[in-house]
Design a protein around this ligand. Structure first.
Ligand code: ZN
Length: 534
């Protein structure tokens, strides 16, 4: 279920007129980001900016039925633009009908209401995003008011990330991409997002990826789409009065002790910050958890410095258990790993593969996972990969299947993870043990963060080639793009475990796979050369 939502908008077609929307784990200077205290931001308020207020509306049953949006756009059209344009997703990663749920859209300027003509992109296969576009039929004056009501996503429809706005436990949650229509060709480099929570009782929160309450968000109005939101009588960790860089919010009932599990997640977050090192200090982080009573239940998906875990009602056998800790780890790791530039289907082997590799290895190295559980995890990962019907499928073919098949969609995660385990072994062998994968990725990510490099498949391959003294790109293309099988080096997951080729049985079928076992006498602390359990 776990994924980073770094897809979609980048490959949405027909992007004339500067609909520059960011990859969701935006690393290329396009990310919506908190801008410190509102007062500080106000001092530097540009002439062109966007103000938006969100007012959740309750139905007679006490559940949220819509978010009423009022907004004001200050500024001018971008150079070369002639008519105001607005866009909203028709489909956003398997959330269907978003534009159809925008009601009572009203755009007015000094001359009165503005009328629009409509166009729509061709559908994109796999549940990936495409958009509807509104073009004004006359010139407009600024400031300009845009208001509408976005109905919550109804129950039913295909499974996918939790972008749609859904009611639960008297509140509402989702992502901006799941309900917003945004101006796309006006100059605006800063937005102010605020809440009207009057329909909720006292103590209600309104929070997004960008912060709690009123926040300033850098970037165009579309940057607001790239944030999670939650509003209503949400639980909080730690208590609201406590200062912290790590905060969790939740709506609904969970079969685990949420504050205790969020304390675990915070501890892991701090370990990751020290481990990956290049974001120093690691940014403020927000976790959103929601429990829905009706399908689609969603899953776990990361956006910038935040993730949403969305699930259905607890099953009796889950009660009193743990949270899905490896999923929490996975989603947080996405922030440090980021991704390659380029089309999602051709690059998610890197973002998902490396994130999955670290999901399996770093909590173990942090001492939070026993060696028995570590080995069980590696065998489950191997079993999923070698029995995956898409284990030899090319990247573009997997991309076309998209969200229609969860097994197929996860093949790049699995073979990517095994590639990085194998690569660690190759780097250690080539350097006589002096270098590791961790060292390489820390160097590369620090350079990416400083804006010195654009990390593409070719650039990544060149870094690896320099490390190994052999050409990496043909192997990268054969494996991740064409779908060649990989059997990673036996010491790819550290010195304390050993992988050997083996026939494996999965769901009554037999496959050529691998088995991971403990090396006799090897201590977990000695498994990795660096980052030993603390
Ligand atoms: Zn992921």
């Amino acid at each position: 279920m776990a994924e980073a939502a770094r897809f979609g908008i980048l490959q949405a077609r027909g992007r004339a007129a500067g609909l520059l929307l960011c990859g969701l784990i935006a690393l290329a200077g396009c990310k919506g980001a908190p801008d410190g205290a509102p007062e500080a931001a106000a001092e530097a308020k540009p002439e062109a900016y966007y103000e938006i207020t969100l007012r959740p509306e309750l139905g007679a049953d006490g559940e949220v039925e819509a978010i009423a949006v009022t907004s004001r756009l200050h500024g001018v059209l971008k150079d070369g633009e002639t008519r105001l344009k607005l866009s909203a997703p028709v489909v956003y990663v398997n959330v269907m009908g978003i534009a159809d749920r925008i009601r009572d859209l009203r755009v007015t300027d000094g001359a009165g209401p503005v009328a629009f003509t409509l166009e729509q992109d061709d559908p994109v296969p796999g549940g990936f995003p495409y958009f509807r576009h509104w073009t004004a039929t006359r010139d407009v004056d600024y400031p300009l008011d845009i208001s509408y009501r976005a109905l919550v996503q109804p129950e039913g429809g295909p499974a996918g990330p939790a972008f749609g706005i859904r009611p639960s436990a008297g509140g509402v949650s989702g992502a901006g991409a799941g309900y917003m229509i945004v101006p796309v060709n006006s100059e605006s480099s800063l937005s102010y997002l605020d809440w009207d929570l009057t329909e909720f009782g006292p103590g209600a929160v309104g929070v997004t990826t960008f912060g709690e309450g009123r926040v300033a968000v850098k970037g165009p109005p579309a940057a607001l789409m790239q944030g999670w939101l939650m509003a209503g009588p949400a639980g909080q960790y730690p208590p609201a009065e406590e200062e912290t860089h790590f905060r969790a919010y939740w709506l609904g009932n969970f079969p685990f002790d949420v504050p205790a599990e969020m304390a675990y997640a915070k501890d892991l977050y701090d370990f990751f910050g020290a481990f990956f090192a290049y974001l120093d200090p690691a940014p403020d982080y927000r976790v959103f958890l929601r429990q829905l009573d009706t399908e689609p239940y969603g899953g776990a998906t990361a956006l910038a410095n935040s993730f949403m875990l969305s699930r259905g009602p607890a099953r009796p056998e889950e009660m009193g258990g743990q949270s899905p800790r490896s999923t929490l780890a996975h989603e947080m790791i996405h922030m440090w790993v980021g991704g390659l530039s380029g089309e999602h289907a051709l690059t998610n082997w890197f973002s998902e593969g490396l994130t999955t590799y670290y999901e399996y290895t770093v909590p173990f190295r942090a001492g939070r996972v026993s060696i028995e559980d570590y080995i069980d995890g590696l065998n489950r990962l191997s079993d999923r990969y070698y029995s995956n019907p898409a284990r030899a499928m090319a990247a573009l073919e997997i991309g076309r299947v998209g969200f229609n098949d969860g097994r197929v969609r996860h093949a790049p995660y699995e073979r990517g993870a095994l590639y990085f385990a194998d690569l660690d072994s190759r780097i250690r062998a080539a350097s006589g043990g002096a270098r590791t994968l961790d060292m390489l990725v820390r160097d590369v990510f620090a350079r990416r963060e400083r804006g010195e490099i654009e990390l593409t498949l070719e650039a990544w391959s060149d870094f690896v080639s320099a490390e190994l003294g052999t050409e990496e790109e043909p192997f990268v293309r054969a494996l991740h793009i064409e779908g060649q099988l990989i059997y990673p080096a036996g010491d790819g997951f550290g010195a304390c475990v050993r992988g050997t080729p083996a026939r494996i049985d999965v769901d009554g079928e037999s496959f050529d796979g691998m088995r991971w076992t403990r090396v006799d006498g090897a201590a977990p602390e000695a498994c990795f050369a660096s980052g030993a359990p603390g």
